[in-house]
Design a protein around this ligand. Structure first.
Ligand SMILES: [Zn+2]
Length: 296
């Protein structure tokens, strides 16, 4: 963990729970793509930059999940670097991470949900747009997993994919992984499948030269979850019952964190399936019952 790996002439990443990208933009100047999971992660990242004699100019956040923005505050306090976050929502969550547990829980959250894996320290982020990027670096629209998630293509043709693809091992182990907007996620995966680059660096996968097969596997697993929900709702069920059946089917262990993370994801699937005309709801005995109206 926390080794520096070079993947292009000026492109690197730091091996860590969510990989931190590094792009050298001048003789001794660098920008980061995400910042590590927390203050300790930020400290380890800074130590590596200091060992190399690099000055940190900016952090470009791919999205606002705590494991990607957790080092922002420490690094910004220590170096005075700029922080940039994409879109309205991710920008807002990066500035005010207390929204995250409220969003996941759907109301005032129990205190035990406000821990560092859900809620990072706030950092002063500015909007991430093309014009703040170093010359030759491109912004890639990867929304779906996160509200307005982005990736980057560097001048030396390295593509940083953030969290848009999960590894086969993760998908096999968990069955369902966090997702916000299923329609956008599928569109993103369709585009990623067609991409070519010298190397692809995803935050939670091994770097790879060809991402097409993994993108298709992620599409297949996303559609598998959707078709399971449509199957379950042939008999009308409450959301809680649908969630329970999915947890049992995928052999997932329910706890507070999983309840809100996978619960939020399943709500997103059901909203998407309703928008697509596959599911509808009835209100019976003060219960909202989801039912399948069109098979996949
Ligand atoms: Zn994420």
């Amino acid at each position: 963990m926390y080794e520096l790996v070079q993947v292009g002439e000026n492109s690197f990443y730091i091996e860590s729970p969510a990989k931190v990208g590094i792009v050298r933009t001048g003789e001794n100047e660098v920008c980061l793509i995400d910042s590590g999971s927390d203050k300790d992660g930020g400290k380890k990242v800074l130590r590596i930059l200091e060992q190399q004699g690099w000055t940190l100019k900016a952090i470009f956040n791919t999205h606002s999940h705590a494991d990607h923005i957790g080092g922002n505050k420490f690094l910004q306090d220590r170096t005075g670097c700029k922080v940039y976050a994409p879109g309205g929502m991710d920008w807002a969550f990066t500035n005010v991470p207390a929204i995250e547990p409220a969003f996941l829980y759907g109301g005032f959250s129990p205190a035990n949900l406000r821990h560092k894996f859900v809620m990072a320290q706030p950092s002063a982020a500015e909007p991430l747009t093309e014009d703040v990027l170093p010359e030759g670096m491109e912004l890639l629209d990867l929304k779906g997993h996160g509200f307005d998630m982005v990736g980057f293509r560097t001048a030396d043709d390295v593509v940083y994919l953030a969290d848009c693809v999960s590894s086969p091992a993760t998908l096999e182990k968990y069955g369902i992984t966090f997702n916000y907007d299923i329609a956008s996620h599928l569109e993103t995966l369709g585009r990623v499948k067609e991409m070519k680059a010298k190397i692809f660096v995803g935050a939670h996968i091994e770097p790879m030269e060809d991402v097409a097969e993994l993108a298709q596997y992620n599409i297949d697993k996303t559609l598998e979850v959707a078709s399971k929900i449509v199957g379950i709702c042939r008999q009308p069920h409450t959301f809680e019952e649908v969630l329970q059946k999915l947890f049992l089917d995928y052999n997932m262990k329910m706890n507070f964190d999983q309840y809100v993370l996978i619960g939020s994801t399943v709500r997103s699937y059901m909203a998407w399936l309703k928008n697509e005309g596959r599911l509808d709801v009835d209100f019976v005995d003060a219960k909202m019952l989801w039912k399948t109206v069109q098979e996949i």
